[in-house]
Design a protein. Structure first.
Length: 382
């Protein structure tokens, strides 16, 4: 090719390339045009009120308004007074020691819901039957052989006793039962046991002749007979029993009582000691239940003093005497016992004629003259 003609040829090629690009551009749709943003006014000075308020910030977690407080269903069950609203009880098994009776607020087949309550917390707990002790559902006599009750019901177990079922035969369960002091073994009807109970105390055997039982001695069913049970801890606190009658061969019939267990049998007289200094048989206390109820009475001058109820008259009050005395039960209910200090003996007075109103303060009354002796009103009827 002639170099002189190269420029026109180059121009033709360039024009062809540019033209093809124009054709392609004309065949494709044009992209939409974007609207230009409106011009924003320049920020002016903030109002004075806005300057005094904190600037709003984005809140990543808070809601626009607080949620209302929720009153859980447990609040009604756990409010004060739940012990009175729910009378049933259960005995949870504890890892280290016997748990106290717990208030049951709900029951389902095979489990119960109780209230755990101590100074640090109060909460609801579901427990399967396996996590609860069995216990008598009513006061029940315990026998040494199934379906063969003895002539005397010497051992009674009541609701709240801790029971372990060892076996069952012909509708009778062989169990061990205990409170916190004494343990027994024998048979009760299997249907008499359950896991949720209504507290019912064993009726007390009347008597106020209290003694301390040696913890190394076993209560027997008769003098020299078989053991009725055993004390659980030989090094524990004193065990109080009530003496009922003199037995043969220096044995004494006694009864150990608590709200959930009663054992009536015989021990050697040497196994008993007085609960306090003084003559044997003085004192009035019981184990596993509250002390007997007390009342304060004023006995009038001239009231006769007896060695025992309906016994020998051994003295008389010369001035009115106000004293706190035990409320006796059973055959002695019409009598009250005084234990004058520095005397070392007890005396008894009829309650009739006494007053619950103390004498007015002031100078002591003149002592009753005994120049002509004294008379005694007829004692209470037996």
């Amino acid at each position: 090719m002639d170099p002189g003609n190269s420029f026109p040829l180059r121009a033709i090629v360039v024009n062809l390339i540019v033209g093809s690009r124009l054709v392609v551009a004309c065949g494709a749709p044009s992209p939409p045009a974007s609207a230009a943003p409106d011009p924003q006014p320049a920020p002016g000075p903030a109002p004075l009120d806005a300057a005094l308020e904190p600037a709003a910030t984005a809140d990543s977690g808070a809601t626009a308004a607080p949620l209302p407080a929720i009153v859980p269903l447990a609040a009604a069950l756990l409010s004060d007074g739940f012990e009175q609203r729910h009378p049933e009880r259960a005995l949870p098994r504890a890892a280290r020691a016997d748990a106290p009776p717990r208030v049951v607020v709900a029951k389902e087949p095979g489990r119960a819901r109780y209230v755990f309550d101590d100074p640090s917390m109060r909460l609801l707990v579901w427990a399967d039957d396996a996590a609860l002790f069995e216990t008598p559902l009513a006061v029940t006599a315990l026998t040494r052989h199934p379906a063969k009750p003895g002539a005397k019901e010497r051992v009674l177990v009541g609701p709240g006793a801790y029971v372990e079922r060892k076996s069952e035969k012909a509708g009778f369960a062989l169990i061990t039962a205990r409170d916190h002091t004494f343990g027994v073994e024998g048979y009760v009807p299997a249907a008499a046991l359950g896991h949720v109970y209504l507290p019912t105390s064993i009726p007390e055997v009347p008597g106020s002749d209290q003694w301390v039982l040696s913890r190394t001695v076993t209560i027997l069913d008769k003098p020299g007979g078989a053991a009725l049970g055993k004390l659980l801890d030989a090094s524990g606190p004193q065990v109080r029993v009530t003496a009922l009658a003199q037995g043969a061969a220096w044995f004494v019939e006694i009864v150990y009582q608590s709200p959930t267990l009663s054992v009536r049998g015989f021990v050697p007289k040497s196994a008993l000691s007085p609960p306090q200094s003084g003559s044997w048989g003085r004192g009035y206390a019981s184990l596993g239940r509250n002390d007997p109820p007390m009342e304060t009475l004023t006995f009038p001058a001239g009231a006769c003093l007896y060695s025992e109820p309906w016994g020998e008259v051994v003295g008389v009050l010369r001035r009115p005497r106000t004293a706190s005395v035990h409320v006796e039960e059973g055959a002695r209910a019409a009598w009250r016992k005084l234990e004058p200090s520095h005397v070392g003996a007890s005396v008894w007075l009829p309650r009739e004629g006494s007053s619950a109103t103390p004498p007015p303060n002031g100078a002591p009354a003149e002592p009753l003259s005994l120049a002509d002796g004294f008379r005694c009103a007829a004692p209470p009827r037996r």
